[in-house]
Design a binder for this molecule. Structure first.
Ligand SMILES: Cc1cc2nc3c(=O)[nH]c(=O)nc-3n(C[C@H](O)[C@H](O)[C@H](O)COP(=O)(O)OP(=O)(O)OC[C@H]3O[C@@H](n4cnc5c(N)ncnc54)[C@H](O)[C@@H]3O)c2cc1C
Length: 616
């Protein structure tokens, strides 16, 4: 029996979960061969998409108390207690304290202690993940060795048995794990057109610039004060841009979230917002459910999804679901249940629960805010959007149990098990999968997975200070204006077309992984060597590499790859919601995925004759 060589590409949170699980397996089973894990990533091991050296102004949108990298001491027994600190516990132990609006290491008499309701900077999350990696590796059994390679993986070699690194060296593997998460994407046709436009028109307008990707946000330092910046996308990435261009330039906020004021520093550009619908994200309600509390799914459960599948199979011979017809009514019912519970101050009887007409109308208004979208001109759109943001902030300040509206939207966070059962591994009809990716995810991101409420308070203060405004409304489009050498954002309102000119266009969006557009070429090489294929659902191709339920990469003909697995965000497409981090005290899909992958990997590799286990 010789050592197993496992190569993991990408050293983000998911790789961490896999290494922790391998440690557990080796501790548990003295008959397993020694394992060498080669961890390949140019970045800080553990941190992944959260580099510790990024701006400390950028916040996580997850409460730090609800983030952990560690499983239970005995992963099979959640009652055995956590094997490591949560993000908050680590931050406190490191001496971090809240100093006004920032977080710094400080003495016990300075600032305030970090509490369970703090959203900490992503740079600190990177430090925490790097600490978690070191700790897991330090405590690894002697028979598990982790070798770090601070390199990019470029391609597959030796007929699918080795990986070529950026420096040309090759790593042979028995098993390959792809955990490349948020891979960088090559510029698309539209991006290239805009980049060419900037290159040819800059003599007319020296401020002209195009940023197809926001990260690293340090690149935005090249934008001059007074420039007009059109920011496309109003999600979490947009908040990073706004923070960088205001607070990051020396501006200040004073007051509280309920009444915040911005004091400009004079270095800010003018920021003009728009997106497909040009609707802002709703703020997260203050968490009143405790660190491990949450909504218990009553209607959108795994069992209900199974019943819906069974019905479809009986009626049509095809068990794939139609998301809008089969799942949305269940989701709306859970939302209504959350809404009524908050309104009554107690849970209603589940049996026979039906949303009232009034509750249905309220949920419709949350999910499909036609009252905000159908406006005659930009002035009225802008006025009503700002009024909506102020109302939404008031609700968020009441909390996710006290505000019926926030209680309703917060239920969606805890419906992931049912949603995954419906969506994953091609569980939806292709047209319905397209609806999910292109409509539903954007909608729930806007209503449920928005920023910490302080970010919307800041947005309102920046609007009051004249730094931020709307560039357009629903259906806004970008045009290239060769006459003036600028971008134009045009919106067709019923009273006529509105046009806003901008020197700089920033795309504030983190898109899913498109294997054929992987900037590094690694996913393309996996596909070229028939270790993987892009995920497709019929004629719809969303994102990600295709995997089966054991997280084995699937080859061109749909058979499992003999020696390659994938985990995390790179599989979003076949999987759903792979980007959340594990929560302390709650069952975790991420940790469960690591278990599934490691079990299958060891079983597969150990069934090969040269690795078979010696039991004496
Ligand atoms: C800007 C941003 C903010 C986010 N904020 C939050 C948040 O606040 N809360 C939350 O829960 N989630 C957040 N996420 C979601 C994020 O997906 C998860 O937190 C988590 O990082 C996903 O883990 P992962 O291991 O799948 O991928 P990643 O964290 O993306 O790690 C993948 C790693 O693979 C490496 N890699 C890629 N290609 C190669 C290659 N060819 N060779 C070698 N290495 C390679 C990358 O360098 C990276 O380190 C955020 C994501 C982004 C992009």
């Amino acid at each position: 029996m010789r050592n197993l060589s496992i190569v993991i590409i990408g050293a983000g949170p998911r790789a961490l979960n896999v290494i922790e699980r391998l440690c557990w397996k080796i501790k548990e089973n003295p008959h397993l061969p020694a394992i060498t894990v080669h961890l390949v990533d140019p970045g800080v091991a553990g941190a992944g998409a959260h580099p510790p050296d990024q701006s400390r102004l950028l916040l996580t949108n997850t409460l730090a108390s609800q983030v952990t990298s560690f499983s239970s001491i005995n992963p099979e027994d959640p009652r055995s207690g956590p094997s490591g600190p949560s993000f908050t516990e680590w931050a406190r132990a490191q001496g971090y304290r809240r100093m006004g609006m920032s977080y710094e290491k400080a003495g016990p008499d300075e600032g305030d202690p970090i509490g369970d309701l703090d959203y900490l900077p992503r740079a600190m999350l990177g430090e925490y993940l790097a600490f978690s990696f070191r700790r897991i590796v330090e405590q690894a059994p002697a028979r598990l060795k982790v070798v770090e390679h601070r390199q990019l993986a470029m391609e597959i070699a030796k007929g699918g048995k080795a990986v070529v690194l950026e420096n040309g060296s090759q790593l042979a593997f028995d098993g390959l794990i792809v955990a490349t998460g948020h891979c960088e994407t090559m510029p698309g046709i539209e991006d290239q057109k805009r980049l060419d436009f900037v290159n040819t028109q800059r003599d007319k307008n020296p401020r002209l610039a195009y940023f197809p990707c926001v990260y690293p946000t340090g690149q935005l330092a090249t934008i001059d004060p007074g420039t007009t910046v059109a920011l496309q996308g109003l999600g979490l990435t947009a908040y990073d841009v706004i923070t960088e261009l205001t607070l990051g330039r020396g501006g200040r906020f004073t007051g509280t979230a309920a009444d915040l004021r911005y004091h400009p520093c004079g270095q800010e550009p003018k920021i003009r917002l728009f997106s497909r619908q040009s609707l802002p994200y709703n703020a997260r309600g203050i968490n009143q459910k405790g660190v491990d509390g949450g909504h218990v799914a009553r209607f959108l459960t795994k069992q209900a999804v199974e019943v819906a599948r069974h019905k479809r199979r009986n009626e049509t011979g095809d068990s794939r679901l139609d998301f809008e017809q089969d799942i949305m009514p269940l989701l709306r019912k859970d939302m209504a249940f959350g809404y009524r519970s908050a309104k009554l101050g107690m849970e209603p009887d589940v049996d026979g629960f039906q949303p009232t007409d009034e509750e249905n109308a309220i949920i419709d208004r949350i999910l499909f805010p036609r009252h905000l979208l159908e406006k005659p001109d930009l002035a009225s759109f802008r006025r009503d959007i700002i009024a909506h943001m102020r109302e939404d902030l008031k609700e968020a300040l009441k909390g996710n149990l006290s505000s019926p509206l926030k209680a309703a939207t917060d239920t969606i966070r805890d419906l992931r098990a049912g949603l995954s059962a419906a969506i994953e591994f091609g569980g939806l009809l292709p047209h319905s999968h397209a609806y999910l990716v292109e409509q539903f995810i954007a909608m729930t991101n806007r209503v449920t997975f928005g920023p910490p409420l302080i970010r919307n308070a800041e947005l309102l203060a920046l609007i009051d200070a004249g730094i931020i405004d709307w560039a357009g409304g629903p259906g806004a489009k970008v045009e290239l204006d060769e006459t003036h050498g600028c971008f134009t954002i045009s919106t067709p309102f019923s009273k006529g077309l509105t046009r806003t000119k901008a020197d700089v266009l920033i795309i504030a969006r983190v898109s899913g992984h498109r294997p054929m557009q992987d900037k590094r070429g690694f996913s393309r090489s996996l596909i070229a060597h028939d270790l993987a294929r892009p995920f497709r659902n019929g004629d719809y191709q969303p994102y990600g590499l295709d995997v089966n339920r054991s997280l084995r990469l699937l080859r061109q003909n749909g058979t499992p790859s003999p020696n390659a697995w994938a985990i995390g965000y790179v599989t979003e497409g076949a999987r759903f919601h792979t980007h959340a981090l594990p929560r302390p005290g709650r069952p975790s899909t991420q940790l469960q995925d690591a278990k599934i992958l490691v079990d299958d990997l060891l079983e597969t590799l150990l069934s090969e004759p040269e690795h078979s286990i010696q039991t004496t």
